[in-house]
Ligand binder design. Structure first.
Ligand SMILES: O=C(O)CCC(=O)C(=O)O
Ligand SMILES: [Fe+2]
Length: 171
């Protein structure tokens, strides 16, 4: 991915200090006919971190919003891993790569669904801000910099609260 962005091969690894990267797994269980807030199992949110890998035992429920606001149903083949980009890649690339808003709908789920979302994050002490390569007169910094630990703390006491801290650091 570093090379695709025009960086040297280890650029993202170094920027996020991935050698001591901080990963968090969220295990979600949606019982059959689950209704917490109407048809919404998990409300609209983005995930912190570099990228998120998600596995599930039953297909259906996850929806991702595209850049133009269209809601896309995620249709995963069995045994697939779904990869979504996280907030800190959006911050590092000054908004070029997007951390997509997603949600879980639980309408019509006749069987229970389990998903495991693993947030692969920078090191807690990595200070993440827009990289100079993505900042110029026509692209001023769109986010304030913060250490990964500070941005997780800005989410509240829960690392994976539904409201991501990216909104708090948007300039
Ligand atoms: O259950 C899912 O498919 C997604 C859950 C999710 O977005 C999360 O845990 O951050
Ligand atoms: Fe999520």
């Amino acid at each position: 991915m570093s090379k695709a962005l025009g960086f040297e091969e280890c650029y993202i690894e170094k920027a996020f200090k991935l050698g001591t990267g901080f990963d968090v797994s969220a295990m979600n269980l949606y019982p059959p006919n689950f209704r917490s807030k109407g048809s919404i199992g998990v409300p609209d949110h983005t995930d912190p971190g570099f990228f998120v890998s998600l596995i599930q035992d039953v297909n259906g429920g996850l929806q991702v919003f595209s850049n133009d606001g269209n809601c896309v149903n995620v249709n995963m083949p069995p045994n697939a891993i779904f990869i979504n980009l996280g907030d800190h890649l959006e911050i590092l690339t000054n908004g070029k790569y997007k951390s997509h808003v997603h949600r879980v709908v639980v309408d019509n789920n006749k069987v229970k669904r389990i998903s495991v979302a693993t947030l692969h994050g920078p090191s807690l002490d990595a200070f993440v801000s827009p990289a100079p390569e993505f900042v110029d007169d026509s692209h001023p910094p769109a986010y304030r910099g913060m250490t990964y630990k500070q941005s997780l703390q800005a989410n509240g006491s829960d690392e994976i609260k539904v409201q991501s801290s990216i909104e708090q650091i948007r300039l």
